[in-house]
Design a protein around this ligand. Structure first.
Ligand SMILES: *Cc1c(COP(=O)(O)O)cnc(C)c1O
Length: 371
């Protein structure tokens, strides 16, 4: 699905030197590279403040802590995402209100938000799934109508542009009150271990976020908040500084691979290629096709037999996961997500795919459909 080794070889001298410099400095925690990376990422994102942290799951939790959300509060989000998004809501004693997604974009359906909101709802967490933005303008309007905070889970869309109806653009993750991201190795901007970050334009919130990631401490050994220990370590920051410079080229490589897939697959009647949103660019964290449920697993097996990896993101929507059964959802409650979980298939997508690999993969998919 990814080829991180070939990607590393292309930047090896620079990465190796960056790592060696950190080891020589022995400033493994809160070293210079962390602050440099925060500044460089803030500039790339057009976010006033970027606060690095330990991983993308912590980033979501810290974002919720920073906004003063309390046990019993409700948070609206999607069931068609990675588990982190609802895990942290539950960990903080809050209740996820799950809203179904749009079949085409895989993102929260703005038309359904009104049907779940109550007096106790405090926030909404749109996830920009697979590299494309949720409908942020609608989310922001809905949030301001109901006095909700907006936390953008931007783990899969770092660098995606949201296109507003007035023609202006902003990077995904910098539109709501707080944006979060992940540097998990397979993400578009991946570290060589865990990492994450938070984005905000709000000065006071930024101060609080900086304290929260570091035990709630502003001045050493004086604690203003109950915080967590979630820092980006200096080695990861040094590696990420090198990789951030490559990010536009990485996005381009993924977009070119996506175009190849589009052209090779769009005429197959049984395959729905990923829809492009009119209000977002796409950085293709995943290239996810939809096929009829009864052929999805046979197609996956057919590809596996040819040593072509593929993945199902996500096989069980979160409202039907055992750990979350106390939320009281049942099969049929969120039908679009449930149907998608039987029809989606993500194809290999990374920065090192060449035309030969792409034509082999697409050739085998065409062969499966006897074209
Ligand atoms: C990867 C991911 C996360 C979690 O990030 P980690 O760094 O692995 O904790 C959260 N949300 C989404 C949508 C993700 O894809």
């Amino acid at each position: 699905m990814v080829d991180l080794h070939s990607q590393y070889l292309k930047i090896k001298p620079e990465v190796d030197q960056a790592i060696q410099e950190v080891i020589d400095s022995t400033a493994f925690i809160k070293g210079k590279a962390v602050f440099q990376f925060q500044d460089e990422l803030a500039a790339y994102m057009g976010a006033k403040h970027t606060i690095a942290c330990g991983n993308g799951t912590d980033a979501l939790q810290i974002a919720m802590m920073s906004l003063g959300l309390n046990p019993g509060d409700e948070v609206i989000t999607t069931p068609f995402t990675f588990i982190s998004t609802i895990e942290v809501i539950k960990l903080l004693g809050m209740k996820p209100l799950l809203v179904d997604v749009e079949a085409g974009s895989f993102n929260l359906n703005p038309d359904l938000l009104e049907s779940v909101v109550t007096e106790r709802t405090r926030a909404i967490v749109p996830v920009h799934l697979f590299g494309q933005c949720a409908h942020m303008e609608r989310m922001m309007d809905f949030a301001s109508d109901h006095g909700l905070f907006v936390i953008e889970d931007n783990a899969q869309a770092i660098g995606t542009d949201y296109l507003f109806t007035d023609g202006s653009t902003r990077k995904a993750g910098t539109i709501g009150d707080v944006g979060t991201t992940s540097f998990f190795p397979s993400k578009n901007l991946g570290a060589y271990g865990d990492g994450g970050a938070l984005f905000t334009h709000d000065d006071r919130l930024a101060e609080k976020l900086k304290a929260l990631v570091n035990h709630g401490m502003k001045q050493r050994y004086y604690y203003d908040y109950v915080g967590v220990n979630s820092r980006l370590d200096t080695l990861q920051a040094a590696i990420l500084r090198v990789k951030l410079k490559q990010l536009p080229a990485y996005h381009l490589a993924r977009q070119q691979a996506a175009l190849f897939y589009d052209e090779a697959l769009s005429d197959i009647a049984g395959v729905k290629i990923p829809e492009r949103s009119p209000h977002s660019t796409h950085i293709f964290h995943q290239y996810t096709i939809q096929v009829p449920a009864e052929i999805r697993d046979p197609l996956r097996q057919w590809l596996a037999d040819k040593k072509i990896p593929s993945m199902v993101y996500y096989p069980v929507p979160l409202h039907l996961q055992r750990a979350y059964s106390d939320l009281g959802y049942r099969a049929g409650d969120l039908p679009v997500s449930e149907k998608l979980s039987t029809q989606v298939l993500s194809l290999p997508m990374h920065t090192e795919l060449d035309r030969e690999q792409l034509s082999f993969i697409t050739g085998q998919i065409r062969a499966f459909f006897k074209i």
